[in-house]
Design a protein around this ligand. Sequence first.
Ligand code: FMN
Length: 215
Amino acid sequence: MKHNNLKAMGMEKGQLYETIISSMSTNGRKNAAPIGVLCKSEEEVVVYLYQGSHTHKNISNSDYFVVNLTTNPLLLTECTLGDFPADYFYEFKGNPVLKENDAFFISRVIKKKELVHKNELGSSPMTVVTAKVEEIVKNKKVIRPLNRGIYAVIESLIHFSRLEIGDAKNRENLYHKIKEMDRVVRRVGSASEKKALQEIMDAIHEKYNNLDEKK
Ligand SMILES: Cc1cc2nc3c(=O)[nH]c(=O)nc-3n(C[C@H](O)[C@H](O)[C@H](O)COP(=O)(O)O)c2cc1C
């Protein structure tokens, strides 16, 4: 029986997960890159692709891509730092899949939209791709899709626990780091992770009332 419900992999509607997308060029070259995948519903995902990458080009020229889930830090790092050789992949029903993954799913593009994304780094043209989940393959019983929210909460708590150590300059640095974690959680965290960061920020503001003035 074919599975295509993202819940089977612990992916929740509205949450963004860090994955490795594999795709194929028109001349058959397989590519992999870390890409955030937004779970739009139980059977649909959305990816925001910066223009200029191989992934963007491949998905622009094909109706299919593969989302590989992994928690292997080296796999994530190596595909960020360079290109995987062809023997890192195999073909599943004509789609390029990473040989090492905890789970993967085949996604079929159903909508593409161009937009300009503006942030502190400037404006970048992006393509927003909506895709339907066609088939899920689980290679592990328990899948842990990566979302940055919980890591941001843990980092914030560690910074928080160090606020009392050192001088005012140290406190400012730690507060700056916690504010960055707060930004991450607001963008990609769950409701409880957002609440956790809010509680941390409230506790800081209660204890130290002049941190924002110094920035
Ligand atoms: C954890 C992580 C998440 C990323 N998410 C995205 C994303 O959602 N969209 C995007 O266009 N690039 C994203 N990137 C950047 C691409 O992976 C990067 O541009 C990569 O070089 C593209 O490789 P390619 O040219 O082989 O496709 C992400 C990078 C990392 C490390």
